[in-house]
Design a protein around this ligand. Sequence first.
Ligand SMILES: Cc1cc2nc3c(=O)[nH]c(=O)nc-3n(C[C@H](O)[C@H](O)[C@H](O)COP(=O)(O)OP(=O)(O)OC[C@H]3O[C@@H](n4cnc5c(N)ncnc54)[C@H](O)[C@@H]3O)c2cc1C
Length: 433
Amino acid sequence: MSSSRLIARLRRIGIVGLVAGGGITGLSVANAPPRPTPADREALAHGGLEAVPSRAEQLASLKLASTPESQLDMLVIGGGATGTATCLDAALRDLKVGLVERDDFSCGTSSRSTKLIHGGVRYLEKAFFKLDPGQLQLVFEALHERAIMLNQAPHLTNPLPTILPCYKIWEVPFYWIGLKAYDFVAFIGNGLLNMSKFVQASEALRLFPTLSKTSSGQKLRGSIVYYDGQMDDARFNISSALTAALYGAAVANHTEVVNLLRDENEKKIIGARCREVFTGEEFDVYAKVVVNATGPFTDSIRKMEDSNTNPMIVPSAGVHITLPSYYSAEGMGLIVPKTKDGRVVFMLPWLGSTIAGTTDSSTKITALPEPHEERWLSSWTHCRTISALKYAPRTFKALGLEFALWLWTRMLTSGRHRTSCVSTPCTCPRKIL
Ligand SMILES: Cc1cc2nc3c(=O)[nH]c(=O)nc-3n(C[C@H](O)[C@H](O)[C@H](O)COP(=O)(O)OP(=O)(O)OC[C@H]3O[C@@H](n4cnc5c(N)ncnc54)[C@H](O)[C@@H]3O)c2cc1C
């Protein structure tokens, strides 16, 4: 895909919250930061981490774009998964790109996820029951991306078998057919990890010893084991930023956008005023396109452009808890596809512990949201009634020091601002650092 088509596509799908660019053709500019040649890149790619320019060099590179004449092709605001992936993709397409993150890379939502690389079984269900081809397309793309991530970063990802217990007789054919369809979609897109399979109740209890033999008075009828991907979300995010830097992007953490630069004649955004957080030094970065990838903070950047703009973010709190490892089976996750309040709950092995989540409740956007124990517990107890576990903590005290709780804000969009399927084809056969 050409650079101009990429930008046109970004505009269409709405990643570009703020578009500055008029002409997108003729992307080479005077006084541009030096671009690595293909030979440089080859050397860099083999050099690994040591070859990534230092933060000081990257800041210096960003500052080269402090005049309209030396503008970047693209400036990305936000160093979460969206921002770093956009930056990496743009760098691989030879765009001159910069990225600024006000805290550290992946400090926000992107290090507080459930760590799943999933194709979205739920979307498949919607595709069939609501006859929605858009949802099916989403699953296709997600499964395709899953395969790419597992291939590009085998050191940061792994396939994960997940058990889905069935306590009602109809659940067995229902979920079996659904997960076979999921396999089929993955297979067509060359992204099949392993075939899902039905296991008898006794085998399910052997595979996942904390599974309850009964739930809400119903006997365990068997389970379906299917495969999805698991990732180290924070490291994947940081690696994407570092890989982008290897390919010539200027990425700077602890650098906050404090305002936007506007061309009053043309009535368009032409860059951003940045502040280096440690020193307080402010500088301008000009760019043809400014990408707002600030996740839950999207509206704060939109308000810099137009203080009267209507908010588009509807924040929702998602809480996870880290439990001792014995709550899940080694190397296998558990999914409860529908809790009484309509959520999907996972219990997954993670770094020698178990993570369980998540909740979904309205919240306010704050820089460092904190979970409430009571709210999480009531929600947990609620899902516990069908959660198919033999035992579950009812107080955090019972867990001693063996737990951690984290919350982050899910970014849903309101009204006409619907989330779109955002997936750019991979142009890079190489690995993520
Ligand atoms: C509870 C929960 C569970 C999830 N589980 C999964 C999962 O299992 N699998 C999956 O694929 N997805 C999952 N997601 C979704 C996924 O985590 C998000 O889609 C993704 O992390 C969003 O990344 P982002 O870059 O858009 O936002 P963020 O990661 O929040 O990044 C935005 C960044 O912008 C920065 N920023 C804000 N303002 C400024 C400024 N003025 N200047 C500079 N920088 C700024 C912030 O510091 C932040 O780092 C989950 C989400 C939640 C909430």
